[in-house]
Design a protein around this ligand. Structure first.
Ligand SMILES: Cc1cc2nc3c(=O)[nH]c(=O)nc-3n(C[C@H](O)[C@H](O)[C@H](O)COP(=O)(O)OP(=O)(O)OC[C@H]3O[C@@H](n4cnc5c(N)ncnc54)[C@H](O)[C@@H]3O)c2cc1C
Length: 473
């Protein structure tokens, strides 16, 4: 028989493990629900809710082909014991997933407990999993993305009883408090496809400009990120639909910008795949010495959106509520924590990750490191919370809609955060702290040994189209 394991690849279409595992029509599908994983680095209930939405739809779709989702409650390692005890003569199928260290260690033990011929692992994204070579990376990515999409799996004839609960019983247990998650995106293949189509048909018009403003980005960005992160749509499907859309689109330049981001998606995940220690170590080893003292109170005010800077606070309040915010604002939020508050990114990164429904460790950790100036290969950029406020919400209407207590306040006072006795006290002076941070980072970068190590980082992780990546903000 064939045992198909689901991770963050919760879809029916273009799912290699499901497709190949179903070939002999004698298969069962298992999702591993591990409480400890959901408490590990960056994981949170909003992401679990999204995953459950996806599983719910997948379970219904599988029932149409005489299959269903079973749940194993526990780690992958413990599932290995169950499989060996309950089954004989089996093949295990799973798609590769680059995740945090908790997951990586667990899946490693699981895989090790089987013989090579008992387990088949497939590509999910466009990563180099076996032979890593930065020089051929882009070509390999294009090859993976151009492969034909895989169809619906075969109908299952599997009818043995197995000692695992069915998804429908698991779903009834209400393992998450949903009431706080009303505005979090809903998961599932149907909605992923709807987003994809509406984006290519009309929402992407003006994407290149609108993506920077949090208000416009809400509808002008694709909003596919949680679907890609939890696999309710395959990256290949997004890429191939984009290629079709580009033939007839009236906003081709917007779509070319989108296309670059699909490359970046895997480019960043590859870094964590190649060097998992990036979860806790700066890409450039000297940079871990930069910020060693933590201030819990500052971090708490930052992550709760209580910094005294209305635009920054509005971004965090919006993110806490919706589970999403646009790229530029994510960069500003992180830059504020690392440069203005001078807090170690290792502490702030998982707190921010928990707020994203689309948490994708490879992208998140690479971006956090970039926005904290610790990669050694990207030019440090310190975002001004004042400038971003003026530029991205000139009328301050968006800020006012999120912080209603500022409704009647003059907009210059809001942008400049001059709100004594009206709003929260500013927790730092952004100009002074940015100047100090700039000095510390640049004096470190001048060092000859620093430059030598930066070259080594570039050889390992740098895009061979570096100029483009350096410009990325
Ligand atoms: C500090 C920080 C943390 C981030 N953490 C995450 C994360 O955990 N998960 C995540 O998916 N993105 C992350 N991003 C990247 C980016 O902000 C989001 O991908 C984007 O905002 C998601 O919205 P969208 O799907 O509408 O994006 P679109 O603009 O429509 O882009 C389409 C897809 O391209 C990919 N993509 C877009 N921008 C980037 C980028 N800069 N780098 C890599 N891939 C990109 C994503 O898969 C995205 O879904 C982070 C950025 C920063 C600055």
């Amino acid at each position: 028989m064939d045992i198909i394991l689901l991770q963050r690849d919760l879809r029916l279409i273009d799912n290699p493990a499901l497709f190949y595992g179903s070939k002999k029509r004698n298969y069962c599908v298992i999702y591993v629900y591990d409480k400890n994983y959901w408490k590990s680095y960056g994981r949170s209930p909003r992401q679990l809710k999204f995953a459950i939405d996806c599983l719910s739809e997948l379970d219904k779709n599988l029932k149409r082909i005489n299959s269903k989702v079973f749940i194993h409650e526990g780690s992958f390692e413990s599932l290995g014991v169950v499989i060996k005890r309950e089954f004989s003569n089996f093949n295990i199928h799973l798609n590769h997933c680059t995740d945090n260290i908790y997951h990586r260690e667990d899946i490693k033990k699981f895989i090790k407990s089987f013989n090579d011929n008992e387990i088949k692992i497939y590509d999910n994204f466009g990563l180099q999993l076996k032979e890593f070579n930065r020089d051929t990376w882009s070509r390999d990515w294009n090859k993976i993305m151009s492969k034909p999409l895989l169809e619906i799996p075969e109908i299952s004839n599997f009818n043995k009883k197995i000692p695992l609960q069915e998804f429908k019983d698991f779903e009834k247990k209400n393992i998450i408090e949903k009431h706080e998650l009303d505005e979090i995106q809903i998961g599932g293949e149907k909605l992923a496809l709807e987003l994809l189509n509406s984006f290519f048909e009309y929402r992407a018009d003006g994407y290149r400009k609108k993506m920077s403003c949090p208000n416009e980005a809400e509808t002008s960005c694709s909003r596919l990120s949680p679907h890609i992160a939890f696999g309710s749509i395959s990256l290949r499907k997004v890429y191939q639909s984009l290629s079709d859309a580009l033939i007839t689109s009236n906003f081709k330049n917007d779509l070319y910008s989108f296309k670059k981001r699909l490359h970046w998606h895997c480019h960043f995940i590859q870094k964590l795949e190649t060097e998992p220690e990036l979860e806790y170590k700066s890409m450039h080893p000297h940079c871990d010495k930069l910020r060693e003292i933590e201030d819990k109170e500052l971090i708490e005010k930052w992550i709760n959106g209580e910094t005294g800077f209305p635009f920054l606070d509005a971004c965090l309040i919006y993110l806490r509520k919706t589970g999403w915010i646009n790229f530029r604002m994510r960069a500003m939020i992180m830059s504020f924590a690392s440069y203005n508050l001078w807090q170690p990114w290792q502490l702030t990164s998982p707190l921010l990750a928990e707020l994203f429904t689309d948490f994708e460790p490879g992208i998140h950790i690479s971006q956090v490191q970039m926005q904290s100036g610790v990669t050694g290969i990207n030019l440090p950029r310190i975002y001004s919370v004042y400038k971003q406020s003026f530029d991205q919400d000139p009328s301050a209407e968006w800020i006012k809609s999120i912080i209603p207590s500022l409704k009647k306040i003059d907009l210059d006072l809001i942008h400049n955060a001059e709100l004594k006795d009206i709003y929260l006290e500013k927790i730092v002076d952004p100009k002074k702290t940015a100047a100090k941070a700039r000095e510390s980072v640049w004096s470190m970068r001048k060092n000859t040994e620093f430059k030598k190590l930066a070259k080594e980082v570039f050889i390992k992780h740098g895009s061979r189209r570096t100029q483009r990546f350096n410009r990325m903000r």
